[in-house]
Design a protein around this ligand. Structure first.
Ligand SMILES: [Zn+2]
Length: 409
């Protein structure tokens, strides 16, 4: 790899020192502050750090942290990989990730959906992986359409190889200006944001995974990779049973995307798949915390589509604790709770906690789902019989549980 210019070397080194200091003083993992310091000293640092590497950018509303982790695990089969493992998914986080692994020939970067055009322009990444687009806590349908439009502009005229989920009409539209696209049929659980054609606004006709606009020619492209229940079918028609350790259909979809990305890097399925199976939890998700014989498995759900995915993973035979906050990162407005269909929880013991438990309680009441309220997560957990319980929490509620219960077991 060619040497960085002196100024970039210094900026990168000072950024790393700031990150170390931040970690030592207990202010988080330091990846954002370190990157910020580096960018302040050398605004062109991200471009310089990205040069001469093979990079994949991973973006979506849901699953980008997990998919980034799966792809990283796969590419480690070929060599050192720089990655933003802590979900710091804006340019400062990318600078930090790349400067911590200066000599890594590969980089796998999770990118916030809104930052994708900027990061693609700056890094010139060779591979971009796009999985799903749906409303987040604060967004509405028009905003995600604008986002997809920005993706189209950013990808147009670039040599980037895009790996995209063709079951999501908006992702398909966002990806289809790229010069080279590999389509993956990864499924789409949440359809509420894609009943209209993104091209013309006409109605989309859907049948199973297929979709087509009734009024223009926009339709689902033929996939090269297909997620088929617990297996993935590769472009040669060979079927591979996934049997990964991460639970649920959403993670099988993430794994299918990861295999397609790995192949774009020249790594065949038979070498990538065993690496995906090594991933057991991602940033605390799916881990279990324990207190007094109660084993609580933590599921993170940040938006309506994420709640559907979490319901898919939760065991219907177990009690479930739901915890909702409305701090900055969660979105202060909890009206999105009304977008989620909670009726699937009927028949299992449901406990509701978190700062906005009353908002959720009202929603469950309207959906005819019986529940019990708890002041705190500890109280909700203590109310369970010894054994296993599932927990679904949104962002800050999830982080509170993780920090209060310390080390996951
Ligand atoms: Zn149309």
């Amino acid at each position: 790899m060619t040497q960085l210019p002196l100024r970039a070397q210094l900026a990168s080194a000072l950024g790393r020192s700031a990150a170390t200091l931040s970690r030592m003083t207990g202010r988080g993992d330091g990846s954002v502050i370190g990157g910020r310091v580096g960018l302040m000293l050398e605004p062109d640092l991200l471009r310089q750090l990205a040069r001469d590497r093979r990079l994949a950018l991973i973006s979506a509303t849901n699953g980008k942290t997990t998919t980034t982790r799966l792809i990283t695990s796969a590419l480690l089969e070929m060599g050192e990989v720089a990655t933003n493992a802590f979900g710091a998914n804006m340019p400062a986080g990318h600078v930090s990730a790349l400067s911590q692994h200066k000599d890594a020939p590969y980089g796998v970067l999770e990118v916030d959906e809104k930052y994708l055009p900027e990061v693609l322009d700056t890094t010139g990444a060779g591979v971009v992986c796009l999985m799903n687009l749906s409303r987040d806590q604060m967004d509405r349908a028009a905003e995600i359409w604008l986002l997809a439009q920005k993706w189209r502009r950013a990808l147009s005229g670039k040599p980037t190889h895009v790996i995209a989920n063709c079951d999501d009409p908006l992702v398909t539209w966002g990806a289809s200006t790229a010069a080279k696209v590999t389509w993956v049929s990864g499924g789409q659980r949440w359809k509420e944001d894609s009943w209209c054609c993104p091209e013309c606004g006409g109605p989309l006709d859907r049948k199973d995974r297929h979709w087509a606009c009734r009024e223009c020619t926009f339709h689902r492209p033929e996939p090269q990779w297909i997620l088929d229940d617990d297996a993935v079918i590769d472009p040669r028609g060979q079927r591979w049973v996934l049997d990964i350790q991460l639970p649920g259909a959403a993670n099988r979809s993430n794994a299918a995307m990861a295999l397609a990305v790995a192949e774009a890097f020249g790594l065949p399925v038979e070498r990538a798949l065993p690496r995906l199976r090594e991933v057991t939890s991602v940033a605390g998700r799916y881990t279990t915390v324990e207190r007094d014989g109660r084993h609580a498995r933590l599921l993170l759900a940040k938006n309506p589509a994420g709640w559907l995915e979490a319901f898919d993973v939760a065991d219907p035979a177990l009690p479930i604790i739901l915890s909702v906050n409305a701090q900055g990162p969660d979105g202060r407005d909890t009206s999105w709770l009304w977008d989620v269909d909670y009726r699937i929880l009927r028949g299992r013991p449901v406990f509701v906690t978190g700062e906005r438990r009353l908002d959720l309680a009202l929603r469950l009441d309207v959906a005819d789902v019986p529940f019990a309220l708890a002041e705190t997560f500890s109280e909700a957990l203590a109310a369970q019989p010894p054994g296993r319980v599932d927990v679904i929490a949104n962002y800050t509620a999830f982080q509170q549980i993780r920090s209060e219960f310390g080390r996951a077991v």
